[in-house]
Design a protein around this ligand. Structure first.
Ligand SMILES: *Cc1c(COP(=O)(O)O)cnc(C)c1O
Length: 365
């Protein structure tokens, strides 16, 4: 049995530290806005090399705040890749904005720069760059388009903690970036958690007002806001794990390079490896037109796999009202039929990778 990820192995490697931390927070009874929250925000900003970080209840909450803080609103069109988790697009509805789905590039699996520019209209106000699977988008090209058309840029870094584009950490290119610390993410809490980061003081201050009922002081509210707080227990757990994140990320990359070495001569599409980008492999996805055969054989051998994602957003029932049809975004549609996410975690042994690759190979020769 090879799992898709192994949260238990990770916990066992830091058990003492985690247990002590949780115990300490419980006995402080400061479950909301305890000192661990600020500490984690500071440490995460440092790790991600950004000026400001606001801990939040989830990555979805962070995206909602980002869209609101950037002034997006009713009728505004926002360019979003169709190949992403729905949370990238979903909060646009809360502010009355409209997602405009963009096709992806067949090598990077990220926003196709060509298709992006084609979908810009008078109503377009922003681009959401999702660093899918942990692979940074082509930020130079995206920022150039943003400047040309005066668009805001949000980086959805939910899958790309510590990833880099041309030597610079993701989250430093757009106006605001958002992170998720969902348990299975590269940095995962023991529950829901997220963050908003920015180098813009004004955006940070707006978000820092809205996330906690629009208040600066308890019971005095400048505006209406939300309860989007990161709780103390999650912040404390995240701060413990953050100390190990760079090492865990290096291990993921080693596993990914070994997969690549083993699979490179097979008729498969493999994740992009570019000298301009530090891909952090939240997901190691291959693409094959023999997906059914491969996943059946993986299943028969007790090897877990995932599909990220089986249906692009423009074809989801949730977005039927927007009028997209089959064939509108051909690369997203084709890859959604071909993607297979292989087991990927820091503790995954090369021996296990060998087993997975042997099985895939046997399906293709
Ligand atoms: C996980 C994820 C989110 C949502 O984060 P939550 O913390 O689960 O709300 C948003 N975008 C992408 C690309 C994700 O993978």
């Amino acid at each position: 049995m090879i799992p898709f990820m192994d949260l238990d192995a990770q916990y066992r490697s830091i058990q003492e530290e985690i247990d002590q931390t949780i115990f300490r927070v419980i006995h402080s009874y400061q479950f909301i806005n305890g000192p661990e929250v600020k500490l984690f925000e500071q440490n995460f900003a440092k790790a991600q090399e950004v000026q400001y970080c606001l801990g939040l209840a989830s990555g979805t909450a962070a995206l909602h705040l980002a869209y609101e803080v950037l002034g997006l609103g009713v009728g505004d069109e926002v360019l979003v890749p169709s190949m992403t988790f729905i949370a990238t697009a979903e909060p646009l509805r809360q502010i009355g904005a409209v997602p405009v789905f963009v096709d992806i590039d067949p090598q990077s699996f990220n926003l196709s720069i060509n298709d992006l520019e084609k979908r810009i209209t008078d109503k377009t106000k922003a681009i959401v760059a999702v660093h899918l699977h942990g692979n940074p988008c082509d930020m130079e090209a995206i920022m150039e388009i943003a400047r040309k058309y005066k668009l805001k840029v949000i980086e959805d870094c939910a899958q790309s903690h510590l990833a880099e584009y041309k030597g610079k950490k993701v989250g430093n290119f757009g106006n605001i970036a958002t992170f998720s610390f969902y348990p299975g993410k590269n940095l995962g809490a023991y529950g829901d958690a997220g963050a908003l980061v920015t180098n813009n003081k004004d955006y940070f201050e707006k978000a820092a007002l809205l996330y906690n009922h629009g208040r600066k002081e308890k019971y005095f509210h400048e505006t209406e806001g939300y309860n989007y707080r990161l709780d103390t227990l999650q912040a404390a757990v995240l701060d413990v794990k953050l100390k190990h994140l760079a090492e865990w990320t290096d291990k993921r990359i080693e596993v990914a390079l070994y997969y690549t070495e083993r699979l490179k001569n097979l008729p498969l599409i493999l994740p992009e490896i570019s000298s301009d980008k530090k891909h952090v492999f939240h997901i190691f996805a291959i693409a094959s037109n023999k997906r059914e055969i491969i996943i059946n054989k993986l299943r028969d051998n007790n090897i877990a796999y995932g599909i990220h994602y089986p249906l692009p957003l423009h074809l989801q029932k949730a977005y039927k009202g927007l009028g997209y049809k089959q064939g509108d975004l051909p690369v997203s549609e084709r890859l959604s039929q071909q993607f297979i996410s292989l087991p990927m975690y820091s503790e995954l042994s090369f021996k296990a990778v060998d087993k997975v690759c042997d099985i895939i190979e046997s399906c293709l020769i």
